[in-house]
Design a protein. Structure first.
Length: 349
């Protein structure tokens, strides 16, 4: 029995689809293990079996149940949710800009959110809302402002990928400079709070904050699913995507709105965490390629797993203390960033 060209194409497609499913299942399994390990790790080490029983609601020691449900589970789940949001936003940015170095962190959106939070901490400038939500709301607003700035400075009429990248880099330095200026005029107490917030920390995570983040993600994801085919077509280039019926300009505007919401709400609750949005999409791309139907979910899973493992590392680097998780992710991301620049031969725009 001989195979024709169409048979070989169909076989290759089935094998690729099988590989994508296996990758998603493997990362989902590792995510569960990472979650349990994150909950078990801390000043009082817990057994994985006891943690699994407590999370599953099967009972156990009362002290273990209290530690898991009141203290560690919200933090561990927040690590997964924030990692997924940052990984997803990084994947969207790299797709719409066709640039492997693009992410909400490297293009100034996280820096904008950090500046918005710093305004509240140092100067008390915020909307008339309860103090608990003043920092998150301001961070989200300035993440949106940064996204708008990237788009309009980069050229609202053409909105070319290279213009958007250059505008993002300019805004990154602008918001970092403004944040440094606020640190210069801050009181010692406010300065300590700003520095701690900019380092990134999961330790102030609570159930209400987690539900807020998950609610924003649940609103964003359906819009992203609707555009998954258009994002795949965009990888062929703006001209070919337009020939296939994609409104490239409108697609980029929608994508920037989604990135603004995902990045803003993630940074708002845990502070600035870098390189997750850069590294996670590359892990997904190396494993399954550019098909957005699988690439976007795997980017989210990769980001969640990376931040969960970083959370474990932050609690084990210095016994008895919690290392800032933003520093841990940067220590992981910087070597990867350097490797990417050295080994990727193409021009990035």
């Amino acid at each position: 029995m001989s195979f024709g060209r169409q048979d070989w194409v169909a076989l290759a497609y089935r094998q690729a689809a099988r590989r994508r499913r296996l990758a998603l299942l493997a990362f989902a399994g590792m995510l569960v293990l990472g979650l349990l390990l994150d909950i078990a790790t801390g000043p009082a080490m817990l057994e994985l079996s006891a943690v699994a029983s407590a999370v599953a609601g099967l009972g156990g020691d009362a002290s273990v149940m209290a530690i898991v449900w009141s203290i560690r589970l919200p933090v561990a789940l927040m690590a997964l949710a924030v990692g997924a949001a940052l990984g997803l936003s990084g994947a969207i940015m790299q797709t719409i800009l066709n640039n492997p170095l693009a992410s909400s962190y490297t293009l100034g959106i996280s820096a904008g959110a950090g500046f918005g939070a710093s305004l509240v901490i140092v100067l008390g400038l915020a909307l008339p809302v309860p103090e608990t939500y003043a920092i998150p709301i301001n961070a989200i607003l300035f993440a949106g402002l940064a996204c708008s700035g990237v788009y309009f400075i980069g050229g609202a009429r053409q909105a070319t990928a290279e213009g958007l990248v250059l505008a993002g880099i300019a805004l990154l330095f602008l918001f970092q400079a403004l944040t440094s200026l606020l640190q210069m005029v801050a009181s010692p107490e406010a300065l300590q709070q700003v520095v701690f917030w900019l380092f990134g920390s999961l330790q102030k995570s609570t159930w209400p904050k987690l539900w807020t983040l998950l609610a924003v993600m649940s609103v964003c994801i359906p819009f992203l699913v609707r555009d998954v085919w258009a994002l795949t077509a965009l990888k062929l280039g703006d001209a070919r995507a337009a020939a296939l019926g994609v409104n490239v300009r409108a697609l980029r505007i929608r994508a920037f709105i989604l990135v603004s919401a995902l990045t803003g709400v993630a940074v708002a609750f845990v502070g600035t965490i870098g390189f997750v949005g850069l590294v996670a999409p590359h892990v997904a791309r190396l494993l399954i390629g550019e098909d957005q139907r699988s690439f976007l979910p795997l980017s989210a899973l990769s980001g969640a797993l990376l931040l969960s493992l970083a959370s474990v590392a932050s609690k084990t680097i210095s016994p008895g203390a919690i290392f800032p998780i933003g520093i841990v992710t940067s220590l992981i991301g910087v070597p990867f960033f350097i490797w990417l620049v050295k080994h990727n031969k193409r021009v990035y725009w």
